[in-house]
Write a protein of this length. Structure first.
Length: 95
């Protein structure tokens, strides 16, 4: 049988998405021991598509909690966003 590791912590967070990581960060800032667990592999997480922009309110929040330094150093600001979709379907009455 393999070696079993026992881990004790105050808070367990399931999911290493944006919310789970933010909660983990905020807890650790306040000295609360926690662990974030994720079922996906690291390579799967890095391969997933990411949002192309961060809304200004989220940017302010990230800066306030100490997570904005790299974003500001490496990110490129832009002033517009364009949403695209399929063209509307033609109605049979208009054909």
């Amino acid at each position: 049988m393999g070696v079993r590791t026992v881990l004790r912590t105050s808070v367990g967070i399931v999911g290493a998405g944006p919310s789970g990581l933010m909660i983990g960060h905020l807890l650790r800032q306040r000295g609360i021991d926690c662990i974030v667990v994720e079922k996906s592999t690291q390579s799967h997480m890095y391969a997933r598509a990411r949002a192309g922009f961060i809304e200004w309110r989220n940017r302010i929040l990230l800066e306030r909690v100490g997570l904005g330094e790299r974003m500001l150093a490496e990110g490129e600001p832009h002033g517009r966003c364009e949403f695209r979709g399929a063209p509307p379907a033609r109605s049979k009455a208009g054909a």
